[in-house]
Design a protein. Structure first.
Length: 416
């Protein structure tokens, strides 16, 4: 439940990146022994991924200092089969596909689930791994694969689209493949670079991470390591948006502005002033925001995960703004919920045309996915009356104690 309470002010942390932590947890399975990750967020998706890892034979535990330890058995003790009830919960689980092929030579798993905002086929993953020697059968919602000769073989893979998850999948598979693998048109996200950094600390040879061409020299064996997860740029952006919408003054102590330069440029056009100082990234705003046009694009463009936050900002901005969603066709399924709060939004294909209003009205709304749910909470911060966000469990998949963090900034928000 959310009620307006004026400008937010104070200091907050973004914490570890969900979209990095989940892939790093899987990468731990590449090396026999105990790998330790720090700055892993306490979120539901991490718990779900831990269950996936346990199902294939690893041990996962939270240490007393908050770190996450993954103990991986020898390859012959891994089970190359991931259960449906776990994999269907989140999209990121697809990265066990390449991992299990690399370590076990075979895999059997259901097609992954996740947020419901459009089709996201695994063709890029399957095609890339097939080029490396894997053979697949996909039927009845399941995928079965095996490696001819027992070990993947490096090759050049050209992705049709710079898919973040496909790049991660191929990167992990290539680390233990024979010879050299080159990924062309690779994703450039900071989380991909984070994964490559961890793989190198485990003994992998990776060059070019963060560019469109990644080269991986396969090695025989990797070893356990320690690694710290990069800060979550989407969570950081959430607090930037909250500061802008409420006319507040919020500092995100661990934010990495170099990971969201295009977003900060766009919110700057809307009237949010951001500056990196000794205490972190400070976001301030005074008065009503100004509408701007935004298009989502692969990194370093504005990420699709930012789009619900930006639409929420536009609902109260002066003028008309157009958000163009170039990545997922079904991403606007939350727009109807904002309309329940009085928002003036029209969708036309990949475009959302938002005419800003001076004030929204609190209402009972439903969170269809993680980022949309948070966008509805932000809208509730500036809506007259009370907003009730149902199915808010989605938010817990990607945010660690959002209620507590916003409350510490002065928001009136609580969970039932």
């Amino acid at each position: 439940m959310v009620q307006p309470n004026g400008p937010l002010a104070g200091t907050v942390r973004a914490g570890g990146a969900k979209n990095s932590a989940l892939k790093l947890m899987v990468a731990c399975l590449l090396a026999e022994g105990r790998t330790v990750l720090s700055n892993v967020p306490h979120i539901d998706d991490v718990e779900s991924m831990a269950k996936v890892l346990r199902a294939v034979g690893a041990e996962v535990e939270r240490l007393g200092n908050g770190d996450l330890a993954v103990t991986t058995p020898p390859a012959e003790s891994l089970r190359p089969c991931a259960p449906y009830d776990l994999v269907e919960r989140m999209r990121a689980s697809v990265v066990v596909l390449g991992l299990l092929l690399a370590r076990c030579g075979e895999v059997h798993m259901p097609l992954p689930g996740g947020d419901d905002f459009g089709d996201r086929p695994i063709d890029f993953h399957v095609n890339g791994l097939t080029a490396m020697g894997a053979r697949f059968e996909v039927s009845h919602g399941e995928v079965r694969g095996y490696v001819e000769g027992g070990r993947l073989v490096g090759t050049t893979v050209v992705l049709e689209y710079p898919s973040h998850t496909a790049t991660d999948n191929l990167l992990m598979a290539a680390a233990l493949a024979k010879r050299t693998t080159v990924i062309e048109n690779a994703a450039k996200e900071p989380e991909v670079t984070d994964l490559a950094t961890m793989l190198c600390s485990m003994g992998a040879v990776v060059r070019g991470a963060g560019t469109s061409r990644i080269e991986i020299e396969g090695v025989e064996v990797l070893h356990p390591a320690r690694h710290r997860v990069v800060p979550d740029r989407v969570v950081a952006a959430t607090y930037v948006a909250a500061a802008g919408m409420t006319g507040g003054d919020v500092t995100i102590v661990d934010a990495r502005p170099d990971h969201m330069e295009m977003l900060l440029r766009k919110v700057g056009q809307m009237g949010v002033v951001t500056a990196m100082g000794p205490e972190g990234l400070r976001a301030t705003a005074t008065g009503r925001l100004t509408a701007a046009d935004v298009a989502t694009l692969p990194y370093p463009g504005v990420a699709t995960d930012f789009s619900p936050l930006l639409v929420a900002m536009l609902t109260g901005a002066e003028g008309v703004g157009i958000l163009t969603e170039n990545l997922f066709s079904g991403r606007f399924r939350y727009v109807e919920e904002l309309r329940r709060m009085g928002a003036d939004i029209k969708t036309e294909g990949h475009h959302a045309v938002v005419r800003g209003l001076a004030r929204l009205t609190g209402a009972r709304v439903r969170a269809p996915d993680i980022r949309a749910g948070v966008a509805l909470v932000l809208a509730g911060l500036v809506a007259e009356g009370e907003t009730v966000v149902t199915e808010a469990h989605h938010i817990g998949r990607g945010y660690e104690d959002l209620v507590g963090a916003l409350g510490a900034l002065g928001a009136r928000v609580w969970s039932q």
